[in-house]
Design a protein around this ligand. Sequence first.
Ligand SMILES: Cc1ncc(COP(=O)(O)O)c(C=O)c1O
Length: 379
Amino acid sequence: MPVPLLDMQAQLQPIRDEILNAVTSVVDSGRYIMGPEVEGLESEVADYLGVKNAIGVSSGTDALLVCLMGLGIGPGDIVITTPYSFFATAGVVDRLNATPVFVDIDLKNYNMDAGKLAEWFSNASDEDRKRVKAIVPVHLYGQCCDMEAVMDIAEQHSVPVIEDAAQAIGAQCTFRGEKVSAGGMGIAGCLSFFPSKNLGGIGDGGMVVSNDDAFADKVRLLRNHGAKPKYYHAMVGGNFRLDPIQAAVLRVKLKYLDSWHEARNANAGRYNEMFSSELFVKPEVSAYTERHVYNQYVIRVPEKRDDLRKALNEEKIGCEVYYPVPFHLQECFAPLGLKKGDFPHSELAANTTLAIPVYPEITEEQQREVVNAITTFYA
Ligand SMILES: Cc1ncc(COP(=O)(O)O)c(C=O)c1O
């Protein structure tokens, strides 16, 4: 029985008419740039996450880029993140001619190790410490980073935090005694509506969320070439606008998001029970996690990960490696002068992790098939 990594059709079919009606209404409205669908989605996502501002943008990548632009980041500045994420997290730093600096991940949840962040600040020269203009923790696979620890360090050094919540819409954690959503703790958070995300559009899309009104206003301007009023530019922005067709589709899907999160959690729970062998390291839920949204269910396997991947693909079982090459070993970052061995946890994760299907509509039988195929490979 084939099991895809993600079954777009299974999600679409029950809501296909609603989606098509939403698209049709944008087509018929003649409002093709910004307008009520974008504003509607912004206010609904802000409510959903309990944040003051939400600004629809063209992608998760552009959400990160526009936030760094909003902080005025440029040549000579340092932005600290981890080496283990989707390329955009570090790519945007380089695009602004700033320098990405990496701290390793915690292998328990693949997110920034706050201890390593503290260590970096203790070991850095005064000059380098002053160059740090942002910290970008990533809430990878749908689970929050240890934000309390990261924010404490950031505040100690007066550095703003931009959360990369591209994979974590609706993820929640305990933060300073309260239950808070991913994206709502730093100066801003960045969401992606890439189709494979828990809330995915029918194309690219993203959002910046922020509780800081002044920063949100700046991002709103930068999203549209920095124009205020139209044709008058006090700052240089870009065209980072969210397409209203995407907004209309996302508004339909947002109504189902909690039920999809719940289904992903139930599926993750089932995998946890099915993987009885100690050979596989299952995803760990951190003590501060209030809600994991399992954008990915990622296991670590003992050896021959790439052979396993090939074997699963031959059996038509979807799986993927997120991500095979950590940033410090990417060819484009060779000028940073980093080398193998610099970030051992990221390297171990890159070599041994495998994401298996956890999408909401997967059946128990399909999950059993996935687990059997993996277990048989190592028998
Ligand atoms: C962690 C992370 N950051 C940033 C992005 C970029 O988002 P997008 O693909 O919408 O540009 C993604 C998504 O692919 C992601 O997973």
